[in-house]
Design a protein. Structure first.
Length: 534
């Protein structure tokens, strides 16, 4: 150690007392000798030697990257709250690569070397200590009341301690995961592209709030690293921050991952329509709610089942396959005709000019403009002449209607909140569910559920009717069928979409069958304050 210091040109007289203090600090049993375990533990929690030598540490396991730093403006210590004083290199700074580059953790040099403060401050550590109003609360270590402005609170477990202490490590789970609580560790996937700047802010906030092993940027390697890391946990929960397409991506990855138990999925809606998030009561868009509040809601949420459906497209002419089908799984809906035409135009424009589609508000304005032009052009009129529908082998009668669109529904929300199937009065609900129903009178008594292994088929007359349903001027679209298996045959190229992902499809045969059920989390009902809803 001394030779290394001399090689770096340091004054050895200053190094000796530092090394002596370090050896005393990591000698846990005060025996005068250091065991291998004491060396390992000292390297994890007390690393002045690495600071002096300028060596890097493994940041994946909660270690800090301490560097002596010169502060050009008034800066305060995170431990004692006093100002850093001195002419140069007044203190130590830890800059962890897992959090925003602008976030530093700073402490006095004498506190680090002499008091053996084992700070677990960085997002990559067990605890996330923050200054908090802990007055009148008792310290978890010494059990004395915490004085004003001298307390620390863990953003994870909310334990409160005096600033001179750190709270005990949380119990380690399998694969070295540190959960938000001891019962249900949370795995967070964020798609920064969803919601524009808001998506990036959500990513940074979660990276600061949680352990980086829990937060994954889907632009960097997709969901597989996170799912593999959590695959042996039996009570894991997943939070997907993005739109309906991102949720479908994660559900597909969970299907393919070898997990002991498929974890339930909650949603923080960052997309444009967010239809699935609406059905599960997570809202139509993220409005800036505190992330700690969202985590609490996830803990209070209810697990529900959601059907997932396989879609097989067989081209009539194998040499003319058209655009690639974006997905072969239906989570929300499948549609063809007028609404898919609008979605396809939107998709093409966004691919050409992505800078014009960087927020939910702008996206909705573009949808409105494209819907207006589709109303004038009516490119999908006389749809009944170019397709047929069979439900469990029973043909669906389309001749009596003038339709421009067909939608196959799995959830009671489409087009950003429209319930195309409509509500069914409780007095009229069928007591027995049938595999297929096509009779118009019987359909009026059929209710829609996302876990009944049945799909609902509706017809849309025009863009105007879509707008009427969205605004509540009309209660529902035309109910055509409810069935467990659907076959659609088309005889010309038509726009189609799966969960908002559109494409142009030449003549083909489409088979839709039940695949499995996914575990989802439904948000708890909003709490009320007196007679006023929260």
């Amino acid at each position: 150690m001394m030779q290394a210091a001399e090689y770096l040109g340091w004054d050895v007289t200053e190094v000796k007392p530092v090394l002596r203090d370090m050896l005393k600090a990591i000698d846990i049993d005060s025996s005068g000798t250091l065991t291998q375990q004491e060396w390992i533990q000292g390297g994890l929690n007390n690393i002045p030697l690495l600071v002096l030598l300028g060596l890097k540490v493994n940041k994946l396991y909660g270690q800090h990257v301490w560097r002596l730093k010169n502060f050009n403006r008034p800066t305060y210590c995170f431990v004692c709250q006093n100002m850093m004083l001195g002419l140069r290199k007044q203190g130590l700074s830890c800059n962890c690569e897992f959090i925003n580059d602008n976030l530093f953790y700073l402490i006095h040099e004498h506190i680090f070397f002499n008091i053996n403060v084992r700070l677990n401050v960085c997002s990559c550590s067990v605890h996330d200590w923050i200054s908090a109003d802990c007055e009148s609360n008792k310290c978890e270590i010494c059990h004395k009341k915490i004085k004003m402005l001298t307390g620390k609170s863990c953003a994870w477990c909310h334990r409160m301690v005096s600033a001179d202490y750190f709270c005990p490590d949380l119990p380690l789970l399998k694969a070295n995961i540190f959960p938000v609580n001891d019962t249900h560790p949370l795995l967070v996937f964020v798609n920064p592209k969803s919601g524009g700047k808001q998506g990036k802010r959500v990513l940074r906030k979660f990276q600061y709030l949680l352990n980086p092993r829990q937060v994954y940027n889907l632009e960097n390697g997709g969901p597989n690293p996170g799912l593999q890391f959590f695959q042996n946990l039996h009570k894991c929960r997943v939070l997907v921050c993005g739109g309906d397409g991102t949720v479908g991506w994660i559900l597909d990855a969970i299907d393919k991952a070898d997990m002991a138990i498929r974890p339930p999925v909650a949603i923080l809606p960052l997309g444009t329509g967010n239809d699935l998030a609406r059905c599960l009561h997570w809202g139509g868009g993220y409005e800036g709610t505190g992330l700690t509040e969202i985590i609490k809601q996830i803990e209070e949420s209810i697990q529900v089942q959601m059907d997932r459906w396989s879609l097989q497209v067989i081209p009539a002419d194998m040499e003319d396959e058209g655009d690639p089908v974006p997905n072969d799984i239906i989570n929300n809906y499948f549609s063809l005709g007028v609404d898919a035409s609008i979605a396809h135009q939107f998709h093409v424009m966004r691919e050409k000019h992505p800078q014009k589609f960087n927020s939910r508000a702008r996206n909705k304005l573009w949808y409105f403009q494209l819907a207006t032009s589709e109303t004038i052009s009516a490119s999908c009129r006389n749809l009944k002449e170019c397709l047929t529908i069979e439900c469990c082998g029973v043909p669906v009668e389309l001749s009596r209607l003038s339709l421009e669109g067909i939608a196959v529904l799995n959830i009671p929300s489409m087009h950003g909140g429209s319930n195309l199937w409509g509500e069914t009065k409780s007095a009229e609900k069928l007591k027995k569910r049938h595999e297929v129903t096509v009779d118009p009178d019987a359909l009026e008594m059929c209710s829609q559920y996302m876990n009944d292994k049945l799909l609902e088929v509706v017809g849309l007359e025009s863009v105007v009717e879509m707008g009427q349903i969205y605004t509540g001027l009309k209660s529902k679209a035309h109910r055509l069928a409810q069935a467990a298996h659907i076959t659609i045959r088309t005889y010309k190229t038509l726009p189609m979409q799966i969960d908002g992902e559109p494409w142009m499809q030449p003549p083909c045969t489409i088979h839709i069958t039940h695949k499995n059920q996914a575990n989802m989390l439904m948000a708890p009902p909003a709490k009320s304050l007196g007679c006023f809803p929260k």
